[in-house]
Design a protein around this ligand. Sequence first.
Ligand SMILES: [Cu+2]
Length: 153
Amino acid sequence: MSETIKEKAARKQAQLKKQRNEKALFGAIVLVVLGIAGFLLFKSFYKPPLPVADNVIDVSADMSGFSMTEIRVKVGQPVTIRLRSLDNSHHTDGAGKHQWAVDDFNVSVIAPAEGTATTTFTPTKTGTYVFYCDICCGGRANPSMNGKLIVEG
Ligand SMILES: [Cu+2]
């Protein structure tokens, strides 16, 4: 009688051990699957940072205008404009955002209130072009919110 109980206990023990092993295996498989899923998700959602040219020009803007009214660049050489807005979001006019745009090169970047945004482009022709902000203070008609982009050969 006592032998049967012992055997029963041993069988039960073996069963438990088997269950534990199966649980561990299942856990390992779940981890592997989650790892692969995570990797694939990361791969499909990860966007490499925007390209930045060797030539980075920092421009800041607030309600009184751009920090520079003349920017000189070389034709055919990529340039990154890093635009910073110095205004906070409480501004009723444009909520503190400012833009830097040049129609001739199809370039436009908008910096959020008290933040920066960059755009990289390559000027393809020499000449003098207008950059402007069309968000605040009456838009691009405002004489203070524009300047000259001079592309040199
Ligand atoms: Cu502006």
